[in-house]
Write a protein that binds this ligand. Structure first.
Ligand SMILES: [Zn+2]
Length: 485
């Protein structure tokens, strides 16, 4: 007995030692000792230009014939006039009429070019919400230190910020070492088939290999995360895939006065219920794991200990992340029923009942894997499962955090925003950058703007805005980034 106790004590001691050693070996991944970037003077003209850009109603539509093409033409004319040096010094081409591709030839043609991208199309303002805007969505009003309007965050800030930065650098006579492409889509909000996708395929045909791609996606989370109350620049190193499945249950129909025990609506409801009660398995590998690697060393001791010993605590960490919708979306493929359709008359049993369910697919899973999983979980062969629209999009690969380009973005963040720490993360939405997967292994998604949880609601929402100082910092960030490569 004594020996057993002794043995147990030894096991516990060894376990404690392993946990502590792993914890102490978890050292900060933050780059340090960097010079703070000089505060470049960005005039108010940059802010006025953003305000003007918002006033073009470049609302995209899944049906390209439905857009107000005059607004897109006027926007393109506007940037040509506003950024004369960009248009005089860079090669410029229009792709599928409205997507914009610029090439700034670098001095050293042996270096792979980089590509900065964004999109200038915007989502519409939902009818009935116009009156909730403090300043009209397409007036680009500047008030209380903010520029208001649709696109102020998503994503005219990126497009105008990059153009301002390049114009600024050209004014100072700067010429980059590495060639730089600028790529601005016009239909990102409706899947980017004619803009981002076409630009990527043109570059691929020209055999361009890119050092890195930087698109929208991540941001500076001003509130930090639970346990770490400081601003964190979340740099997207991967993004989730996307597929919508249509589930169709078929019944016999007939009069509702003599219903059979199983109806199509009942079958469909049961299938949806099973899917919601059996979520996809959660994982901490990939982008989520890299994020924890960066967050762990900055955390209070117990959290640090758990995050540094994921071999033992992964289910506890997953359990805590699952509690928030955003945390849950980071660790698993998500299931979201979005549209239901069945029945026409209250006393008639419908024959078909259909549901559309949107899945956001974790890197490592796939569209095909989602379909298999759904069929397995609903356990009802009579329910038809099919992909809505085109084939869906598989998740991206996970870009490396050890690459020179990730370090470039990391150090530029630190130099421009010394109070901010850096962490890689998984983008749960979709960006046009997914089309560039054959052009570079280093695809990052980050917009250098500070956001609180409150601000996030303004994305695609009401009272979208950016502070004038934040916009000037966006320009400064791109100037530093371009100069640092
Ligand atoms: Zn966007």
């Amino acid at each position: 007995m004594k020996n057993i106790l002794k043995f147990l004590a030894l096991v516990l001691l060894v376990l404690a030692a392993v946990l502590l050693i792993n914890t102490y070996r978890t050292t900060s991944r933050q780059m340090s000792g960097l010079d703070t970037a000089l505060m470049i003077n960005i005039s108010d003209t940059a802010v006025f230009n953003l305000s003007a850009a918002i006033q073009f109603r470049t609302v995209s539509n899944a049906d390209p014939t439905m857009i107000d093409s005059a607004q897109f033409e006027k926007f393109i004319d506007f940037i040509a006039v506003t950024y004369p040096l960009v248009h005089a010094n860079l090669n410029f081409e229009r792709v599928n009429s409205y997507a914009l591709l610029y090439e700034w030839k670098g001095k050293n043609t042996s270096l792979k070019p980089a590509l900065l991208m964004g999109h200038y199309d915007v989502v519409p303002v939902i009818q009935g919400t116009e009156r909730l805007w403090e300043h009209k969505p397409f007036d680009g009003e500047i008030a209380q230190g903010y520029v208001y309007g649709r696109g102020a965050l998503d994503d005219k800030t990126t497009v105008m910020g990059v153009l301002e930065a390049v114009e600024h650098l050209l004014k100072t006579g700067y010429k980059p070492e590495r060639s730089l492409y600028l790529a601005f889509g016009h239909d990102e909000e409706v899947l980017g088939k004619y803009g981002g996708k076409e630009i990527a395929s043109i570059l691929k045909k020209r055999n361009v290999a890119l050092e890195y791609v930087l698109d929208e996606g991540g941001m500076i989370k001003q509130d930090g995360v639970e346990g770490l109350n400081k601003p964190i620049a979340m740099i997207g190193i991967a993004e989730k895939g996307y597929v919508t499945l249509r589930l169709t249950a078929t019944g016999e129909g007939g009069h509702s006065s003599m219903p059979p025990p199983q109806t199509s609506i009942g079958d469909l409801a049961e299938a949806i219920d099973r899917l919601q009660k059996n979520p996809f398995p959660a994982r901490l590998e990939g982008a989520a794991g890299y994020m924890l690697d960066y967050l762990a060393p900055e955390m209070p001791f117990t959290t640090k200990l758990a995050m540094s010993n994921r071999w033992l605590f992964s289910s506890a960490i997953i359990g805590s992340m699952e509690k928030t919708n955003s945390g849950n979306a980071t660790v698993r493929t998500t299931t979201a029923p979005t549209i239901l359709d069945a029945g026409l008359k209250e006393n008639v049993l419908p024959i078909d009942a259909t549901a559309k369910i949107n899945f956001r697919i974790l890197p490592g899973d796939s569209v095909a894997g989602v379909i298999n999983y759904v069929k397995k979980v609903i356990k009802n062969d009579s329910i038809q499962v099919e992909v809505v629209g085109e084939s869906g999009t598989d998740p991206s690969f996970v870009s490396d955090t050890a690459s020179v380009s990730f370090k470039l973005i990391h150090s530029t963040v630190k130099r421009c925003f010394p109070d901010v720490m850096v962490a890689p993360y998984l983008v749960v939405g979709a960006t046009d950058s997914r089309y560039f997967k054959d052009l570079s292994l280093n695809i990052y998604r980050f917009m250098p703007v500070r956001f609180t949880d409150e601000d996030l609601k303004r994305f695609h929402g009401t009272n979208e805005r950016i502070s004038t100082e934040d916009f000037k910092n966006v320009v400064r960030f791109y100037v530093e980034l371009i100069k640092s490569e």
